[in-house]
Ligand binder design. Structure first.
Ligand code: ATP
Ligand code: MG
Length: 566
């Protein structure tokens, strides 16, 4: 654990846990769970929940289970289960073999349901789903009882058994808890707890024809696993009375309690699974792990570190109020994590050829460059230098504006770690006028970047050797949406996608030391940003890098300008 993790803030949930321990509740146990539904990939919002649940277990010497909440057979599959497990592990958490599935409890849940029926606290309803909805009432009107609500226990048991046996079709009957049709809380108006679904389940296959609903399943799964603190997001606050009702009316192995916190809402992206699925299915991105996606696998491929994501989750804290979090907070956590440990290298994204006229044709040399500006323990490397080098196209301007200190006709600049060069001639395509190359001269006495006469140059630019550099593909990624809150209007969110969120450069050049990089290795390309060797498309002969983040927050200014419409 690093230093920031030992300075962990105490949030309201940890205060509840402290008090429970003080009062010796739950026999002094702390047991949480992370309960994703395997109907999509995890995103950074889930990371907040993962850090909270696993973090509490870690801090209190407790346990945290991984529970796949798989009660909707049509939407769930094993690909999602595997992705979820991979992502939780990547974030640095371990469920220590406690991998559970709500579907493992189907037989027990069925017994609990029949128990409610026997107590007269559940009944089979045969209204259509539209009728059930119209009977439900509204916030201002009480609900109406179903004409089937007074079936006898025997009849309910028999019908429920036949539902299980597959004798009815989807929608013909449901099982409802008998609570209070005039409760001010709509969730308590005889909620449906079982429905018929003739669909094949990713784990139980065709065994079950009926499936329990979330509100019935979740609390009982918690009780079976002897969870002490069942932590979920605020939209479940109104479901808590039902959570408590189910547990208070059944004889369960333990009595967990539910606590709600505000979900993460992140600017410039979306964290709704349904919308993420749309992005993938409609091809707006290249899959769940597209580096622009806010999924864990997406930000991993983009080059984020698990440390930076954990640090971010800690800094945003855990509260009861919904607040939007600025994307730059996540990006800054990443910069702070990478700055001390990412080796510096040189790469040129949009190369412009420079011929150093007074550098001998047959000569080449190696120049020493430090791998980190302050951490000398990271060592140094040697980079080749020769007569032909490449610099960044925008580090040269024929007619430089004021305060432009980089290369221009007749001007001298420093090549990082190497020499001073002066631009003597601009060679252009006679037809198009495009700049093809620059002819420069160098000062042999300025090796290492200092002139012996002490003369100063204002600009320092990066470069790579023409003969030795490797051609690379560099993928520049930016925010997925153009506006801070793409969900503000609901229906037009796809129109708000940032058309420039991905830019692929195929003619970038990188220094030869990068041939030895491993997939997922992260670097700072000097002056350009942090980059990662792509996890999947990495190739030693033709490297592929993703830009993780720029060196500075280039959106800060944009934010100020668009504040009014945010
Ligand atoms: P669904 O609409 O499919 O239910 P979901 O985002 O709620 O989507 P789950 O798989 O049910 O997904 O979520 C697992 C856990 O992660 C839940 O406890 C949920 O409360 C929590 N969670 C989901 N989204 C966020 C978020 N944005 N911030 C914090 N926690 C979240
Ligand atoms: Mg959910």
């Amino acid at each position: 654990m690093n230093e920031s993790e030992s300075r962990r803030p105490v949030d309201f949930i940890r205060r509840i846990v402290d008090e429970d321990l003080k009062q010796k509740r739950n026999d002094g146990r702390v047991h949480t769970r992370f309960p994703p539904e395997p109907n999509g990939y995890l995103h950074v919002g889930h990371a907040k929940s993962i850090c909270l649940n696993f973090g509490i277990a870690r801090d209190y010497g407790g346990k945290c289970n991984l529970r796949l909440d798989d009660t909707n057979p049509e939407k769930e599959n094993d690909e999602f289960v595997e992705a979820i497990k991979r992502d939780v592990r990547w974030l640095g958490f371990d469920w220590e073999g406690r991998e559970y599935y709500a579907s493992d409890y189907f037989p027990q849940l069925y017994e609990y349901a029949t128990d409610l029926i026997r107590q007269g606290k559940a009944y089979v309803d045969s209204l259509s789903s539209e009728e059930i909805r119209s009977h439900r009432g509204s916030l201002t009107e009480p609900g109406r009882e179903s004409r089937y609500c007074s079936r006898s226990v025997e009849e309910n048991l028999e019908l429920f058994g036949r539902m299980k046996a597959g004798e009815f079709e989807d929608g013909e009957h449901v099982l409802r808890a008998r609570i209070d049709m005039s409760s001010p809380n709509l969730n308590m108006r005889d909620p449906v707890i079982y429905r018929i679904r003739k669909a094949s389940h990713h784990r139980t296959g065709d065994t079950w024809k009926i499936y329990p609903l979330y509100d019935f399943t979740h609390c009982l799964s918690d009780a079976i696993e002897q969870i002490t603190h069942s932590i979920c997001t605020l939209e479940f606050e109104d479901h808590r009375p039902l959570y408590d009702w189910v547990l208070d009316n059944l004889d369960t192995p333990s009595r967990p309690h539910q606590y709600e916190f505000a979900r993460l809402i992140l600017d410039y992206t979306i964290l709704s699974k349904r919308k993420l699925i749309t992005l993938v299915d409609q091809g707006h991105v290249r899959g769940w792990d597209d580096p622009r996606m806010p999924t864990i696998s997406g930000i991993r491929r983009r080059g984020f570190t698990p440390e930076s994501v954990r640090d971010f989750c800690e800094r945003i804290g855990v509260t009861k109020n919904d607040t939007r979090i600025d994307m730059s907070l996540l990006e800054n956590c990443l910069r702070e994590d990478l700055d001390p440990r990412a080796p510096r290298v040189m790469a040129v994204l949009q190369p412009l050829k420079v011929v150093i006229e007074n550098y001998p044709e047959d000569q080449e040399e190696e120049i020493s460059a430090v791998n980190h500006p302050v951490d000398s323990a990271m060592g140094a490397r040697r980079i080749p230098f020769g007569r032909v080098i490449y610099i960044e196209r925008d580090d040269f301007q024929e007619e430089p504006p004021a305060k432009y200190y980089r290369l221009a006709p007749g001007r001298e600049v420093r090549l990082r770690y190497a020499y001073f060069i002066t631009c003597r001639e601009v060679v252009k395509d006679p037809g198009s006028g495009e700049i093809l190359e620059l002819h420069c001269t160098y000062d042999p006495l300025s090796r290492g970047g200092n002139a012996p006469d002490g003369r100063k140059v204002k600009g320092t630019i990066h470069w790579v050797s023409g003969k030795h550099s490797l051609q690379a593909e560099v993928r520049l990624y930016d925010r997925l949406f153009n506006v801070a809150n793409p969900e503000r209007g609901e229906d037009d969110w796809l129109d708000l996608l940032n058309p420039d969120s991905e830019q692929i450069l195929t003619t970038a050049l990188v220094e030869p030391s990068l041939r030895h990089a491993e997939p997922e290795a992260r670097f700072q390309f000097e002056r350009l940003g942090y980059f990662v060797a792509d996890r999947y498309d990495w190739n030693r002969e033709r490297p592929v890098f993703n830009r993780i983040v720029t060196l500075r927050d280039s959106w800060a200014k944009v934010n100020k300008n668009t504040m009014a419409d945010a």
